[in-house]
Design a binder for this molecule. Structure first.
Ligand code: F6R
Length: 616
């Protein structure tokens, strides 16, 4: 939600900022702006409503002077609509100071009144301008940008990353963060700030974390981190695990298409190094080592697609480790006064590691005495830092707003956790563990086979469905989260009504939706298991078929029982029941993408959304 870049150094600020914003555009794309301090000491800003390309074109037509100090912003509107005037940067100190912001300043109304009473005039409807004017006033008193920002941050309630520069302090960008992301990029004679490492990975892979309630000042040759009281802080340096090319489209028509094709690698990389001599090895869980054998309950908290991965984790953890698991939406979790003890393990699942709802839920759980584990994809993100331990998924950067490869990686990490728990709690035999691990290790190859075999046919089906108004998705057991995921992808990408149902629930109401021609995707479980739900799902298919539904079944190779009842069968390779859903999800990811493409929509940046939801 809003992308932020800061730069000080000898390079072209405009190039660095626009390059960084391009990589951060997934975070928000309704307006963008830059502020540059040029060689003559003038502070110039340019900001435009619309996607980043509008700003880029504008700068090409009417360039502003380049310089060595700059900040840039791509916005996802909260306070005030997406207009030129509400776009960032906002100015303070009579236009001598520029400030950008990610987050929400909750007490902005009272601060605004205070500023109006003091005679300040506002040019936008944003909460951000309050911060710009306050820091500007503080600068007039202190003449020191760090001190000015420090004096303001403690007056702000809510979530914020702020970057600020002043024309009287060339070569300095000062940033502060509370409940919102900011990382430092360490260059050679130049330094960077960004909402995530993608902002600067093109220039450096050396990065530094900034903790909660900390302030940073970057200059070309130095980086200074302090807490909000001004005490120096030793920031942790890390190496970004991927290079800039991983976040490039690289010839693919969309990031989403590229990322679906990377689902096999996302799983393989999440497994890599974690299976040694037939056992799961997760040294990252060391901080929880003493606790894991004793936990009596797990609560998985997450939002959207990540919560569906959490549901898959529930099936695996309960089946393999025999620990009761609840899966809750993060934003509901802490408002119902949940019962948490030191024997509760709260597992958060988040691709970005910045989702505010999940972050707040993690903090709540920790304060209530529960143990916390983060499953996260983005290095240096906030949620892992706020948790007792972190299990990183290694899906690589996910740029398309709709999550795909991160989903399969999250489920894989949860399955590894389930196997680890089963082992430390002594509830699985060596043979069982070996069999399950073998299934997981075979997954990347099978995923690649599904991408290969289903892409063309799904694209064809989607191509015929450009006018479809509604699609339903059915699944049972582990197929149910997949039905939910298929429906979510379609809503967010193709903007059509889509619902996922547990197939058994159909007869309790939703079957009334079925009318002739209604398209229904059905995730069909394998018929090979003795206790398989296969016959029941085939009955469900018959029930909807009898009412005119057009059924697209996703079924394993060799399942002939489903053929007479389906209009179309998409085949997936044979896999164990808990692993199968990770194969079934691929055609649904492809379908969401292809239907959106068939409707001429922007697959990577669907309307109204942002990838990293850093507001509650
Ligand atoms: C859907 C999607 C979202 C995210 C959700 C959580 O395609 O991407 O539903 O899964 O906003 O985001 P993270 O995983 O970053 O916490």
């Amino acid at each position: 939600m809003c992308g932020i870049v800061g730069y000080v150094g000898p390079g072209s600020s405009i190039d660095v900022l626009l390059g960084g914003l391009k990589r951060l555009e997934y975070r928000g794309y309704d307006s963008a702006g830059v502020a540059i301090l040029d060689e003559s000491g003038e502070l110039a800003t340019r900001k435009r409503a619309g996607k980043l390309s509008v700003l880029t074109d504008d700068l090409q037509e009417a360039p502003i002077a380049d310089g060595r100090t700059g900040i840039g912003h791509t916005r996802w509107a909260t306070h005030g609509g997406p207009t030129d005037g509400n776009a960032h940067p906002h100015l303070g100190d009579g236009g001598r100071l520029a400030l950008i912001h990610n987050g929400i300043i909750e007490n902005f109304a009272e601060l605004k009144q205070e500023l109006l009473d003091a005679g300040e005039a506002f040019e936008s409807e944003t909460d951000t301008e309050v911060a710009a004017l306050l820091v500007g006033r503080a600068y007039r008193e202190t003449g020191d940008l760090q001190a000015a920002l420090r004096s303001v941050v403690n007056r702000l309630d809510g979530a914020f990353t702020l970057l600020v520069m002043h024309r009287d302090e060339p070569g300095v960008v000062v940033g502060a963060r509370r409940n919102s992301p900011l990382v430092i990029g360490l260059g050679d004679g130049e330094n960077f700030l960004g909402s995530d490492v993608a902002a600067f990975v093109e220039h450096t892979r050396r990065a530094m974390e900034i903790g909660q309630d900390q302030l940073v000042a970057i200059r070309p040759d130095s980086v200074e981190v302090t807490d909000f009281a001004g005490a120096p802080v030793e920031a942790k340096e890390f190496e970004v695990a991927w290079d800039a090319s991983a976040a490039e489209k690289g010839g693919w028509p969309s990031f989403m298409k590229k990322e679906i094709s990377e689902e096999p690698d996302a799983v393989a990389n999440t497994l890599r190094g974690r299976i040694v001599d037939g056992a799961v090895v997760l040294p990252e869980l060391e901080p929880l080592a003493g606790a894991l054998a004793d936990i009596d309950r797990i609560i998985v908290i997450a939002c959207g697609t990540a919560s569906y991965a959490g549901m898959l984790g529930k099936y695996a953890i309960e089946a393999w480790a025999r620990v009761p698991v609840d899966v809750e939406l993060s934003h509901e979790f802490r408002y119902r006064d949940p019962v948490l003890t030191s024997r509760t393990l709260v597992v958060s699942v988040s691709q970005s590691g910045e989702t505010m709802d999940t972050l707040m839920a993690v903090k709540y759980a920790r304060e209530a005495g529960a143990r916390t584990l983060s499953i996260c994809n983005a290095q240096g993100a906030t949620i892992p830092r706020e948790s007792d331990a972190v299990l990183y998924t290694h899906a690589g950067p996910e740029v398309a707003v709709a999550s795909t490869k991160a989903f399969v990686a999250q489920a894989t990490a949860l399955y590894l956790l389930a196997l680890h728990l089963a082992e430390v709690r002594g509830v699985s035999t060596e043979e069982q563990a070996a069999e399950r691990l073998e299934e997981l290790q075979a997954l990347p190859e099978k995923l690649a086979a599904v991408v290969e075999s289903s892409s063309a046919r799904i694209a064809e089906l989607a191509g015929w469905m450009g006018d479809t108004q509604s699609v339903l998705f059915l699944g049972r057991h582990v197929g149910y989260p997949i039905a939910l995921e298929g429906a979510l992808k379609l809503k967010e990408l193709a903007y059509i009504h889509a619902e996922g149902f547990a197939a058994g629930e159909l007869k309790h109401g939703p079957i009334a939706l079925i009318e002739p021609g209604q398209v229904v995707f059905v995730v069909v479980p394998s018929p090979r298991e003795p206790s398989s739900l296969h016959p029941k799902v085939v009955s469900n298919i018959q029930e909807i078929r009898a009412r005119g539904a057009r059924v697209i079944a996703i079924a394993e190779l060799g399942d002939v029982a489903v053929v007479p009842f389906a209009d179309e069968v998409i085949r997936i390779p044979l896999a164990a029941p808990l692993v199968e859903p990770l194969l079934a999800v691929v055609p649904l990811h492809i379908f969401g993408m292809e239907l959106a493409a068939a409707k001429g929509l922007d697959v990577d940046q669907p309307r109204n959304l942002a990838k990293s939801v850093t507001v509650e």
